[in-house]
Structures are given as C-alpha cells and as structure tokens.
Design a protein around this ligand. Structure first.
Ligand code: FRU
Length: 465
C-alpha cells in the first residue's frame, strides 16, 4: 500500500486504543488467514489475506510481514494481488514450499461470475491452483495456472481451495480442502515429482459425513504421527463441543502414501475460543512445527464493531509450536515471547489484584476448587471439571465457551488490550478470543492456591518497508 497517500487512514487506525501490541494486524482494513508461511535465508515470512481499504472483507490480496526472531518484524508491500483472469476475484489462501533456494507459492485464484442464475456451489465459480516462484519472498516473474476446476475429480463442487504443499522423501504432495457435489466436506491430494506436473492422487473423507466443506486443510507430521488439520463447516453443536459456527481442529490420521490408504480418527478441536480459524503450519527457522491461525472467524453472530469503526479488523494468533501427546496435538506459545516480558511479579497469595492491559499470567494450580479469574468483565472458572470462559458486555455478543478437563494444573494466559489467549495444562487446550474492555487498563483479580506469576509485556517492533 502507498502509505504516503493514506496517512489519514493509517493515523485513524493507529490511534485506536484497541490496537494490539504483540499480534500481527492488518496495517489498515481487513485481515484473515495466514498464508505462504516459509523460511528463507533465516527469515520467516508471513503473508496473510488482506484488504487494506475495507475493514469488512473485499478483494483479497496477500499482505506481508517477515521476522527473524518473532519479536521484531518488517511490514512489506503487498506480495500478490489479482492480476490475471484466473484470480480476478481474489488471491485466496495458499502455502509455500522452499526448494533449492526458491520459494514456490501455491494459492487459490478465485473467480465468481456475476450472474444471478448461478449458485456459486455447483456453478458460477472457479477456484484455480496457481503457482508463483520467488527467490527472495518479494518478487516473482509470472503466475502459472496449475489446476482448474475441470482438473478436479468429477464428484467435486466448485469449492476446492487452499493448496498446502509438502514434501516426503523425493515426492511432493498438495492437499486441498473441498466440498463434494453431495455437500460433504473432504480433502483431496495431488502428487508431483517435479513441482510442475501435478497428478490427482486420492481423496480423504470421514466415514460418516462431517460437515459440507473442509477449509484450510494441512497434513502434517508431528513426532512420527500424521494429523489432518482442517476447518470443517456445517457441524452441529453438541453440548459444549463445536460451539463456534465453523470448526478448527484435526483428525489424527494413519496414512500410507504408497498404498493410498488411511484411517481417520475422531475429530479433535484445537481451540475452544470464539475467534480462531484458518490455521497454517510450517517448519520455522529453528526447525519447529509452528502453527499460526486467524484470530477471527467468518459469519459469527458476535462482532468487532469497535475496531471496524476505526477502519481495521482482525489479527493473527500468537504463533504456537506444536508437540504431541499420544494422538493429541499440544500447542505452546513460541518461547521467543518470553523476550517481551518485563516487570515480573511473583505471588503465592491466594487472592491478587492488579490493573493492566498487556500482560501474561502463569498459574500453577494446587487446588482447582478455589480457582477463578476476572479480567475486566471476562470470567474464567473451573467447576465439575468444566473450564469456562464467560464474556459479558465487552464480548460484543460473545457469551460462553467451555471444555472438559481431567484436571486443571497450569494456565498461561496472554492478554493484549483486546485479545485473550489461554493455554491450559501446557497447551492441551487453548481458548483464543477478542473482547473490548470499556477501560484500557483492566481490573484483574485472581483467586488461586499455588503460585501466580504476572508479567507486563512489551510490544513488537515493526519496521515499515
Ligand atoms: C478461510 C477462507 C479460505 C479462502 C479464504 C478467502 O477463511 O475462506 O477458504 O481461501 O478464506 O479469504
């Protein structure tokens, strides 16, 4: 974006007291999915779905940040924008693979025909897989259209998108999220030996229908086990489970790429908060499996009107290193976030109170019976093995989200002005949400037997290119 031309817009956004300190946000306008996560020459590149001039969706491009240490960032000009007929209605989500010092990006070129007779599910829409190649993460020569809807299997609707490419031994695979003509969510795999010619490989679906569409699929190996991370749409709420409009989680999967066989285990939710969707993983500069997600969700009943009034909306989550315990994925905030800590206060008192807006709380819990926390009007509680996050006024329509725990031992909570991320028992469960407290400094009150450590946190440094 040409920053000089939009000084007023930028100053409006930057003066918003709900801007975050240690999360990546759109410089102005709207942000959704993280895209193209990759590392080249020691630098982690983070692209994202971006519409700089509308805070409420619009024609998608890829915005761009980079970082070496996850604390200091550079903001770069838009990397990809619609420019050919195959991506004219949006450069949608996609991924990156670094091979022989070149970054290969794969994204969905979105095309929507303007004509009322189309339903945009079975017709009236194109979702093309497009590749660009770059040596530096900033420049590319041309866009190569690799796959069109006519290349997808016969049983697919027009909704096939979000290519994620990965390598096993000397073979390359691409996974895409899809909706079949019978309205079943699934993933499809393509295979390539040279990153140029892609051949259809096979389809992955659950035995019983699990939603009508799976967005943002990602097939990853953590400590020798495979997981299919995805965002299924069309799942009914079941008690405290699947409480959001769209889901964010994974299927543990036993997969044999040679035999084209797999066993999909039961879907597990990755995050129980109100504002979390569209994750992407990559191996970062330190060799960790890092997941970043959109700290937002489409089509929710609750809002972010406070930031929309100030010409921006949404942010990316704290990046999380993925580990596993059996068939379960654990998420740990990157240790680099410890470098944001200042003013440590450690207490063993069972009742503490303080005023803060940007902080981290670490609790060891010895007696869950007396545990509760209030942050402004947001309440955390643990009753009969159910951990809950309850929002009132500041939630702008957000109410309650819960999870069942065998035990509550440890909490690590990050609050950043208008966001909260709660990591329970070393990342066994996570809650990610936005909220809009009426005062910048919130009254924080903790009841806990055990220890409680509180740090004020610094902000990211972001240079603008
Ligand atoms: C997920 C998603 C993707 C799509 C992108 C468009 O949030 O709907 O499936 O590629 O957002 O911005």
């Amino acid at each position: 974006m040409l920053r000089e031309k939009y000084v007023d817009l930028i100053s409006k956004v930057n003066n918003d007291t709900y801007r975050l300190n240690f999360h990546l946000m759109p410089p102005t306008g709207w942000l959704n999915d993280p895209n193209g996560l990759c590392v080249i020459k020691g630098v982690n590149h983070i692209y994202f779905q971006y519409t700089p001039f509308s805070a409420t969706w619009g024609l998608k491009s890829w915005g761009h940040y980079s970082t070496e240490n996850w604390i200091d960032y550079s903001e770069h000009p838009i990397f990809l924008r619609p420019s050919i007929s195959e991506d004219r209605d949006g450069v949608y989500s996609g991924s990156a693979l670094v091979e022989n010092n070149k970054i290969h990006y794969y994204y969905t070129g979105n095309v929507k025909y303007i004509n009322k007779k189309y339903d945009y599910i079975l017709n009236g829409r194109e979702q093309n897989v497009i590749e660009v190649i770059s040596e530096d993460g900033f420049n590319y020569e041309k866009k190569n259209v690799l796959l069109k809807n006519s290349d997808y299997p016969e049983n697919m609707s027009t909704h096939v998108r979000d290519p994620k490419v990965f390598k096993i031994d000397n073979e390359y695979f691409m996974i895409l999220g899809a909706r079949t003509k019978e309205d079943r969510g699934c993933a499809i795999l393509y295979k390539s030996l040279d990153l140029e010619k892609w051949e259809y490989f096979f389809e992955i679906h659950s035995e019983k229908k699990f939603g009508y569409m799976w967005e943002c699929c990602d097939l990853i190996n953590i400590e020798d086990k495979w997981f299919l991370i995805c965002c299924p749409q069309g799942i009914e709420q079941e008690g405290i489970n699947f409480a959001n409009i769209y889901q964010f989680g994974y299927f543990p999967i036993d997969i044999n790429f040679k035999e084209k066989t797999y066993i999909l285990r039961e879907f597990i939710e990755l995050d129980r908060g109100f504002d979390i969707y569209a994750p992407q993983t990559f191996i970062d500069s330190k060799g960790r499996n890092v997941l970043i997600a959109w700290m937002g969700i489409p089509d929710a009943t609750y809002t972010n009107s406070k930031t929309i009034e100030n010409a921006w909306q949404h942010a990316l989550s704290i990046p999380r290193a993925l580990k596993r315990k059996g068939n379960k994925i654990l998420q740990e905030p990157l240790v680099e976030f410890e470098n944001l800590r200042k003013n440590k206060i450690l207490s063993t008192d069972s009742h503490i109170k303080f005023l803060a807006s940007t902080f981290e709380l670490i609790l060891n819990i010895e007696n869950p019976q007396i545990f509760s926390i209030k942050i402004g009007d947001v309440a955390l509680s643990y009753v009969n093995n159910i951990f809950s996050l309850v929002m009132k006024e500041s939630g702008e329509g957000r109410d309650k989200r819960s999870v069942y725990l065998d035990e509550l031992k440890k909490l690590q909570i990050f609050v950043d002005t208008s966001s909260i991320e709660i990591f329970i028992n070393e990342g066994e469960e996570v809650f990610t949400s936005r909220f809009y407290p009426s005062k910048q400094k919130m009254n924080v009150e903790v009841f806990n037997q055990g220890s409680c450590c509180y740090y004020e946190l610094d902000r990211f440094k972001i240079d603008i290119e």
